[in-house]
Write a protein that binds this ligand. Structure first.
Ligand SMILES: [Zn+2]
Length: 599
């Protein structure tokens, strides 16, 4: 792929030249351009002054920028080597008639750009979810976005700004007492990254619909809290959708920032100038130090003060209430290995998993743990992984530097997909199946992520009956991606392993010996111990260094019919080999094909 990209560079030169020569009629007047750099200073100059995408090609040494014809001329006048990326330009801003088709009869009143939800519709969706799953879901108003909190606004184009509360979805079974580990998932702090709220909602649906039907979703809801903020920047999201509505009737606006008109009245939102504060440069940790602009119309304008924007201040308050501060006051203090909680912020695009620090290329004090978790997450979504400052470019005041810097929790940015605004179908054909496993894994290690990441995964937990009252528990323990030490053991239990006085039962290597990084395992339980189909059997594995990995579970009700089970038992060795082969395929299938894998 990358080789092909390199080989095609001259095609682009020619194509770009032809496009420009043809008056750019094919592409319209906004392009995605590749701008070549020679130093870190070049990157910082570009990032702070232009609309740089969340993407950095280290092989080609170029960034991708949005550029109008005016910006293109400005870049060239400043001496940058610039090339129009024709394919990305077409993907980024498709011709208007791509989405101009008759709406289906069932069209929702608030959708835009071919099924994307408006801010209003996301709010309605959250209310509907909490009504349907009231026993495990709560909608929490944690503040008001800027325009709502200041009494409203009118855009420079004359439209009344739609104002919004700040809403979080809390998912947990309230009948399980005690303080619980938290997985915090946030999306769309950058308004134009419009696939990310959809991904956050897909994860909410997986948990809610999986409660009592999917054993892993069920224990995550029982034992933990999941907090999902699908729309960190709701008023910016409204500006994006406004571009598709009268009087504009075009493509979504590429608003990145919030709706705070702070000494900038640029309109409509553009690549060179748009009003608002970049919320992902406004967090209070080392605010305003690098990778920002102090010019109000710039795309990375950090605001007048740390956490000046309610979208950031209230978010920080919410998160601070959920996670204890587990890191010392010095920049060099590591968080302890038993730190609890994890945070993921969904952005687009570029297909990256990024970890702190963003403000410096120096490693974070918990670099080993952050790197181990980041690489593991990237093993699931097959994205490139690295420290954000070196993988992309330096930033300060972003969500993950703040969450890790202030609280010590591992915090990651996912840059999903290959463009800001792909066809809506890309969410379910690519982005959700690609990222589901990574999000589920993050949730599974939330109790103690720096510890659990070192242990192997328990995959494909299944049961099969025997002619007697014994039930066979099977799983695959996979240490690849967790240090690649030998798998040294596995166990099952009828309660989660962190419960007090839990009784655990050893499992055996199906091939007779724990001598691999990848072991099918079997255990046996007396069916008399099962109190009904909703009894859950939990399994986890251990490596040779003594690291236990996160658990996975199965419902007793998932035992197949006896005839099938008997056949399985009689052919146990063959069966185990098949399980081994299937599990082995987990990381070799295309991302879209492993959506159904239990992991
Ligand atoms: Zn972003």
């Amino acid at each position: 792929m990358r080789h092909a990209v390199r080989c095609c560079i001259w095609c682009w030169v020619i194509t770009a030249t032809l496009c420009v020569a043809a008056g750019a009629a094919t592409l319209g007047d906004t392009f995605v351009v590749r701008v070549y750099y020679t130093s870190g200073e070049d990157i910082q100059r570009l990032v702070t002054r232009y609309d740089v995408h969340e993407f950095n090609d280290h092989d080609e040494r170029c960034l991708l920028l949005t550029a109008s014809t005016g910006t293109l001329a400005r870049l060239r006048a400043e001496g940058w080597q610039v090339m129009i990326d024709t394919n990305r330009s077409l993907e980024f801003i498709p011709p208007r008639d791509v989405f101009r088709r008759p709406p289906p009869a069932s069209v929702r009143p608030h959708e835009f750009y071919g099924n994307y939800k408006t801010a209003q519709e996301i709010v309605a969706h959250l209310h509907a979810l909490t009504a349907a799953y009231a026993h495990i879901a709560t909608l929490v108003k944690y503040g008001e976005a800027f325009c709502k909190s200041t009494g409203g606004a009118v855009t420079p184009g004359g439209q009344t700004q739609e104002v919004h509360d700040l809403l979080a979805l809390r998912i947990t079974a309230t009948n399980t007492p005690g303080s619980k580990p938290v997985f915090f998932l946030m999306a769309a702090i950058h308004a134009r990254e419009i696939t990310t709220p959809e991904l956050a909602l897909r994860f909410a649906h997986w948990l809610l619909e999986g409660y009592n039907t999917d054993a892993d979703a069920t224990w995550l809801v029982n034992e933990q809290e999941t907090w999902i903020v699908p729309l960190v920047n709701p008023e910016g999201h409204w500006i994006v959708s406004l571009g598709t509505q009268p009087p504009y009737n075009g493509n979504p606006f590429t608003q990145r920032k919030n709706a705070h008109q702070d000494r900038c009245t640029a309109w409509p939102p553009g690549d060179w100038a748009q009003y608002g504060i970049d919320l992902n440069r406004n967090h209070s940790f080392l605010w305003g130090t690098t990778g920002i602009s102090t010019a109000p119309c710039d795309l990375v304008y950090c605001g007048l003060a740390p956490a000046s924007e309610p979208e950031v201040a209230q978010l920080q308050q919410l998160i601070t209430n959920l996670f204890p501060d587990q890191r010392g006051p010095l920049i060099t203090d590591p968080a302890p290995s038993n730190t609890t909680g994890i945070l993921i912020s969904l952005h687009s695009y570029g297909r990256y998993v990024l970890w702190p620090w963003g403000h410096t290329s120096a490693p974070a004090p918990n670099q080993a743990g952050l790197r181990a978790i980041g690489l593991k997450l990237a093993r699931y979504n097959r994205y490139r992984a690295g420290q954000s400052s070196t993988m992309l470019y330096s930033t300060s005041g972003d969500s993950t530097d703040w969450a890790y810097g202030e609280l010590g929790i591992p915090a990651f940015t996912f840059e999903v997909g290959t463009s800001f605004m792909p066809a809506y179908s890309a969410i379910d054909s690519d982005q959700w199946p690609t990222n589901k496993g990574a999000l589920v894994y993050a949730a599974k290690i939330a109790r103690a992520p720096y510890v659990l990441v070192n242990g192997p995964d328990a995959l494909h937990v299944e049961l099969s009956p025997t002619p007697s009252n014994i039930v066979v528990v099977q799983a695959v323990i996979d240490e690849r991606g967790s240090g690649s030490n030998l798998v040294a053991g596995a166990e099952w239990a009828l309660e989660p392993f962190h419960h007090a006085a839990v009784e655990t039962y050893s499992m055996h290597a199906a091939d007779g010996a724990f001598d691999s990084v990848y072991e099918p395992v079997v255990g046996y339980l007396d069916s008399a111990a099962l109190e009904g189909p909703y009894t859950m059997i939990y399994v986890r594995g251990r490596d040779a260094l003594g690291n236990w990995g996160p658990m996975s579970a199965v419902f007793a009700g998932e035992i197949p019919e006896p005839a099938v089970g008997l056949a399985c038992l009689l052919g146990l060795l063959t069966f185990c080999q098949r399980r081994f082969d299937r599990a082995h395929d987990l990381f070799t299938l295309r991302p879209g094909q492993r959506a159904e894998a239990r992991n």
